[in-house]
Design a protein around this ligand. Structure first.
Ligand SMILES: [Zn+2]
Length: 168
């Protein structure tokens, strides 16, 4: 369902985050581990939609499962597909279709960019950089990746929703 997209990223405990995405029809929620720089990978992946490559892929480690996001540019829209694999250790180089398609939606890039920027900013606002590192553990808050995506979104999406400063 187009134009109805919610996304949130919440640090749920030491080394874990809950990633939630939902459209008008269904939602997907995953507990993501700190083994990868997951929030940075997400921000870089969405930022990649503003470049020449039409497909972006990144994975979250659910220990042991893998959840792989595949983002495909279709004009001004993005086809989002989330695949699930039982074991990240063996599936990291497996083709998408060997996983289970567990969520999918097609949304305007402007909306996806917006909700991801907003979600990352609210993580930073809530925890600060120090608090984030203390909770997430292995990686610092991806400030540069957030700034890049925010800039791309503001420059190229013609988004008329409200945008707060990253550091208020
Ligand atoms: Zn926006």
């Amino acid at each position: 369902m187009a134009n109805d997209l919610q996304f949130s990223w919440e640090l749920s405990g030491t080394g874990w985050a809950v990633c939630r995405i939902a459209d008008g029809a269904s939602e997907r929620k995953d507990a993501v581990s700190y083994c990868t720089d997951a929030l940075a990978d997400l921000l870089h992946g969405v930022a990649g939609l503003y470049g020449p490559a039409s497909v972006q892929r990144f994975s979250f480690d659910l220990e042991p499962a893998e959840v792989r996001w595949v983002l495909r540019s279709k004009g001004s829209d993005v086809e989002i597909a989330i695949y699930w694999f039982p074991d990240m250790f063996t599936s990291f180089d497996a083709p998408d279709q060997e996983g289970t398609l567990s969520w999918g939606s097609t949304q305007p890039r402007s909306l996806l960019g917006h909700v991801v920027v907003e979600a990352a900013q609210s993580v930073l606002r809530l925890h600060s950089e120090d608090g984030y590192l203390a909770k997430w553990g292995r990686y610092p808050f991806p400030v540069a990746a957030l700034q890049d995506l925010r800039q791309l979104h503001l420059q190229h999406d013609g988004c008329e929703r409200q945008h707060d400063a990253i550091f208020p």
